[in-house]
Design a protein around this ligand. Structure first.
Ligand code: DUC
Ligand code: ZN
Ligand code: ZN
Length: 467
């Protein structure tokens, strides 16, 4: 199955690379292929797809006095189990640090630890003259995209002047600007006022981070990109009004793109409000505290995200994988939702969760491949090597069984380093059977056959998706 169609085929792999895609049972140059290869994987009755590419992950991200609980080792192994064979993680430059040092620190964390191939985007947390100059060197390092935050004042936040200058660097270099589009200064005032009224439960995280704050920031980011003539990619879109802003810009022919995440397709603010447990009471809702937040189903946000995935107003699905445990991490915010580290872990379940969209008729089989693999490769300068099954491409391949079954839960299909699952109880029609990373079988059934350090750094080119 590719982004453009499906057909019965044999895939011939030589070493790390795909050599040929053949009609079933073909003779290649007079040789009986099946008889002359070292190993045959029988994929009959199953889908053979290019390995998933999760273009938005945060292994080991420092946040709110703690750090995301998956290391590159545990997080990429979980990804492999779920049919994801490449990630693009966010290297972090914090304010006062040199961009080069932030990137070097990320290389240090990842090198020799990954189960699958990995690339980096660069978070620029302090836009100043030094970092603007350093950003110009990033494409040569294989880092062709950077992320700015309109939220989190005092941490990662950039103001409009800083954003404009960074976007000018993107215009000059061909880099892609990724934006966390929420009006952070206004959100922080709303959050303070809620806390002053005693409204400290996790649910109020989503009230403070109102959709208006996402729509406004998305619009502002689009206009700043327009005036600088730079392309824009908005991360973790969750509000239907933010999608409307993207759609309006795209209708004008502007280079504006967006991703959403499984949590914004399936989960809701109402679910979060209703979540209570004996152990945690209303603090149970902390399991789903992430930014942008879960949105109200009554307002139709989830429906709008599926719709935008069909109309290509949103082009990709990434996870924003940013896991924290309840014990010692999420519970930092027991008395104040602002202190709950933001994030949900889903890297292991993205391919399965999106396949449910095929089962329920929300998207086609081809669109599933496009949203999870082919477009991420094109968007972030990996296409040809990744995101497609064709001669010369890396042999990153998933054999997916549409008749298989996957039960999700912390004691079931769960290899992420988390003490809970945001997807507890989800039953998936489908199963990742076999995963190959550059020709090596790293997952066979539910068994992990890879090794730490199998994954290599991906030097990415410029985006292949721009108009
Ligand atoms: N959102 C999250 O949920 N976690 C990390 C950073 C972010 O923007
Ligand atoms: Zn973000
Ligand atoms: Zn993120």
């Amino acid at each position: 199955v590719s982004a453009t169609g499906r057909a019965p085929a044999d895939v011939l792999i030589d070493g790390e690379t795909i050599r040929a895609v053949l009609e079933p049972g073909s003779n290649l140059l007079g040789t009986d292929v099946a008889a002359s290869v070292d190993r045959v994987i029988d994929a009959s009755g199953r889908y053979v797809i290019p390995g998933g590419i999760d273009a938005h992950t945060h292994m080991e991200l420092p946040f709110g006095g703690t750090a995301a609980s998956d290391t590159f080792e545990t997080g990429t192994r979980a990804a492999a189990h779920g049919g994801t064979t490449s990630i693009i993680d966010f290297a972090v430059q914090t304010y006062g640090q040199r961009v080069q040092d932030g990137l070097a620190a990320w290389h240090q964390k990842a090198a020799g630890n990954c189960a699958i191939d990995y690339g980096f985007h660069q978070i620029v947390g302090g836009v100043d003259d030094d970092s603007l100059a350093a950003m110009r060197a990033l494409p040569d390092e294989g880092v062709s995209s950077f992320k700015l935050f309109m939220a989190y004042p005092g941490v990662f936040y950039s103001d409009d002047a800083q954003i404009l200058k960074a976007m000018q660097v993107a215009r000059d270099t061909g880099m892609l600007t990724m934006m966390h589009a929420e009006n952070g200064p206004a959100i922080d005032v709303l959050a303070q006022q809620l806390v002053d009224q005693g409204k400290t439960d996790p649910y109020y995280h989503g009230i403070a981070r109102a959709w208006e704050m996402e729509e406004e920031a998305t619009h502002r980011a689009i206009m700043l990109a327009k005036v600088t003539d730079a392309p824009l990619y908005v991360v973790h879109v969750s509000a239907k009004q933010a999608v409307e802003q993207l759609a309006t810009a795209r209708d004008k022919g502007w280079n504006v793109f967006g991703e959403t995440c499984p949590q914004y397709l399936y989960l809701s603010l109402e679910d979060q409000l209703g979540a209570k447990s004996d152990e945690w009471g209303a603090f149970e809702g902390a399991k789903w505290v992430c930014s942008t937040p879960l949105r109200a189903r009554a307002d139709g946000h989830q429906h709008a995200m599926w719709q935008a995935l069909r109309t290509n107003d949103l082009q990709m699905v990434s996870t924003d994988h940013c896991p924290f445990c309840m014990k010692d991490q999420k519970e930092l915010g027991l008395a104040d939702f602002r202190k709950i580290p933001n994030g949900i872990g889903s890297i292991e379940h993205r391919m399965d969760l999106m396949y449910q969209g095929v089962v329920t008729g929300e998207i086609t089989l081809e669109r599933w491949v496009e949203l999870t693999s082919t477009t991420p490769a094109r968007m972030f300068g990996l296409y040809g090597r990744k995101g497609v099954i064709q001669p010369g491409a890396d042999a990153d391949i998933v054999v997916y069984d549409p008749n298989g079954h996957t039960s999700i839960g912390v004691d079931k299909a769960h290899h992420m380093n988390m003490d809970y699952s945001a997807w507890e109880g989800y039953e998936i029609d489908g199963h990742v059977d076999t995963v190959l990373s550059r020709g090596k079988v790293i997952v066979d059934g539910d068994e992990y056959l890879g090794a730490k350090g199998d994954g290599r750094f991906l030097k990415r080119g410029l985006s292949q998706y721009l108009l």
